[in-house]
Design a protein around this ligand. Structure first.
Ligand code: M6R
Length: 610
């Protein structure tokens, strides 16, 4: 989390830094700051509590110029969100922005206090600033100094460091947090994400783990973790991004919910040709491996984890391949046993989630047959570090709460299930054909439901004054209930929990009273009759039920039970479809509650710290 940016140019860099921060705000938005040095060597630092706009207001009230500068938007880890704890952090002439966590900061802080340093913030970053300053006094170039500092700090970080006495150089260092260098002509830039630098360049170099870069206006010198000079590949990006473009929508999340039919169509276009599956990203070596697998292990976090959970039902019921799924933060610290002939799949919208990346890195030391990622960002660390990647074509997702990334993940997962099922001769041609047809008709069904937003607007009134909501689902709709609960929690701040409907009587039923609305997902599938019994159990205990039901499932409104009748969709794609009404409900509840729907409190889009 946290977004960092640095610029060294001949022109004024203040606007470049501010625009970069706007674009990085998805990484954290509790405070922001920048420091620039002008041609006379004067350094000005400005920091503000709150979002980047507050910083921009402060900058606009001053005359601020500089051809070298660094800036930061923060998601607090050490020290509450405040101006004092905002970055850049300073030690005399040394100015630092940081993304990540310095795990041994307490010890280093003690040592630096003993050396006479005063600390003004509670951050681990100030430790780095003082340490660089201390090491600089021992001698060496800024790059040599940073190399010595890196040997002393433990944890994950990306750092950009500037010396106000030497405006010819910026130093960047990467360990477990992403950092990209934007290559200009007579100017260069550094940022957490290339999106921040698209207004100034299309040419990028990704730093690798342990790299330190010396960036001047003309040169980029990179040293790897063994201290050797290295050349990293320059890539040209064609990513399109207009951070200020919400179209006619009031919020990014609403725009993204409405983009789902197109996002799914685009994802399908990349995977299908003439009604047949075509996954070009999976070369013949990948196919050989996929034919050999006897097991799949999926790793993900948050919404991506829910997508993986749905796919587990598909992998086992359709492709007949045993599948396990685990939350990345658990997997990475568990001594797991790798099943024989297992394929590891990581799922992530951003491809930068620290726990998911760490899990992939751990798994690569184990005995998996191969490492496949499904990701929405082609240039992400996850994609670069996997053997093969399938890219969801959701387009950039800005709303912190994931919507279109989820439904496109499910789309591509279902395609992958069919692909693997066919390679194992477990999916006959007519089933393959049926699934593809169901996927192709899905965007139209989603369009139908998106036209009915007024229903969810009205329904939201029943929820906006509630403190708790239960979501129930069975089978592959259980993860959809979890996703529905997560969306409601994230954007409306209402406590919500999801249960597999059959599990309710084992405890949670005690929670049921008139103040606990219960949302049930009820497609017309083989579990419908079981679900109906579960509904009766809840109903008998006085709950207010809201049943999101297939129009042919045989429900009708009655006392204590509201039916939200939904068009019939194919059973196989129903988990994708039922996600949409739940997103619309959460969005409308959040609107009534007046929360910050695109940037909910305490969250960040890309969780790059563990
Ligand atoms: O980028 P990733 O898919 O790896 O992110 C994982 C989670 O952090 C993410 O899904 C998070 O739970 C979202 N805020 C959910 O809306």
């Amino acid at each position: 989390m946290c977004g960092i940016i640095g610029a060294i140019a001949q022109r004024d860099v203040v606007e470049i830094l501010l625009e970069g921060l706007r674009r990085l705000e998805y990484r954290g938005y509790d405070s922001a700051g920048l420091a620039v040095v002008d041609n006379q060597g004067h350094m000005i630092r400005l920091r503000r509590l709150g979002k980047v706009n507050k910083l921009i207001e402060a900058v606009n009230n001053q005359t601020l110029h500089g051809s070298i500068g660094i800036a930061h938007t923060r998601w607090a880890t050490h020290g509450e969100p405040s101006e004092i704890n905002a970055h850049p952090q300073i030690s005399e002439n040394i100015i630092v922005v940081h993304n990540g966590i310095i795990e041994n900061y307490k010890l280093l802080r003690k040592q630096l206090i003993n050396k006479g340093y005063d600390f003004f913030s509670e951050t681990d970053t100030e430790v780095v600033a003082h340490l660089v300053h201390w090491e600089q006094m021992q001698g060496g170039t800024l790059c040599e100094v940073v190399k010595r500092v890196i040997l002393q700090v433990q944890g994950s970080y990306s750092l950009v460091i500037m010396d106000k006495r030497d405006t010819s150089i910026l130093i960047a260092a990467r360990s477990n947090s992403p950092l990209v260098i934007g290559c200009g002509v007579g100017e260069n830039f550094i940022a957490s994400d290339l999106l921040a630098l698209l207004p100034v360049t299309r040419r990028f170099i990704y730093l690798e783990e342990g790299d330190i870069a010396e960036v001047t206006r003309r040169d980029i010198i990179i040293i790897n973790q063994n201290g050797q000079l290295v050349k990293r590949t320059e890539i040209e990006s064609n990513v399109e991004y207009d951070a200020s473009n919400k179209g006619t929508y009031r919020h990014y999340i609403k725009k993204e919910i409405y983009e789902q039919p197109t996002a799914i169509r685009n994802t399908l276009t990349g995977c299908l040709k003439q009604g047949k599956i075509l996954l070009n990203e999976l070369n013949s070596h990948a196919e050989t491996i996929l034919k050999k697998i006897d097991h799949i292990q999926i790793i993900a976090c948050g919404t991506s984890y829910h997508a993986g959970m749905v796919s587990r039902y598909w992998f086992e019921s359709l492709a007949k391949i045993p599948c396990d799924i685990e939350i990345a933060s658990e997997f990475r610290y568990r001594k797991s046993i790798v099943r024989k002939n297992s394929l590891l799949i990581t799922l992530s919208q951003s491809g930068e989630t620290a726990d998911t990346l760490a899990s992939l890195r751990l798994a690569k030391k184990l005995n998996y047959l191969g490492y496949l990622s499904i990701c929405n960002v082609q240039a992400s660390s996850l994609v670069r570090e996997s053997d093969w990647s399938l890219i969801t074509k959701a387009g950039i997702e800005i709303g912190v709460a994931s919507t279109k990334a989820f439904t496109t993940q499910l789309t591509i997962l279902l395609i992958l299930v069919v692909k693997i099922g066919c390679l194992h001769n477990n999916i006959p041609m007519e089933i393959e054909f049926e699934i593809i047809r169901a996927l192709q008709s899905l965007p139209n069904s989603i369009e139908q439901i998106l036209k009915k937003d007024h229903i969810f607007k009205k329904l939201a009134e029943d929820f906006s004054n509630k403190n708790h909501v239960l979501f129930l689902g069975r089978g592959n709709q259980y993860p959809i209930a979890m996703e529905g609960a997560l969306k409601l929690k994230e954007i409306s701040y209402i406590h919500a929990e999801a249960y597999a409907a059959g599990e309710l009587k084992h405890g949670p039923l005690a929670l049921i009273d008139a103040d606990m609305p219960v949302i049930v997902i009820a497609p017309n599938n083989e579990l419908l009759e079981k679900l109906k019994s579960n509904i009766e159990e809840v109903r008998a205990r006085g709950a207010s039920l809201y049943v999101f039901a297939d129009q042919y499932a045989g429900f009708s409104n009655s006392d204590g039970m509201k039916i939200i009748s939904l068009p019939h969709v194919d059973e196989i794609t129903a988990p994708i479809f039922y996600t949409i009404p739940l997103q619309l409900l959460s969005y409308n509840v959040a609107l009534i509650k007046g929360t910050d729907v695109d940037q909910p409190r305490n969250l960040a889009k890309s969780v790059t710290v563990e």
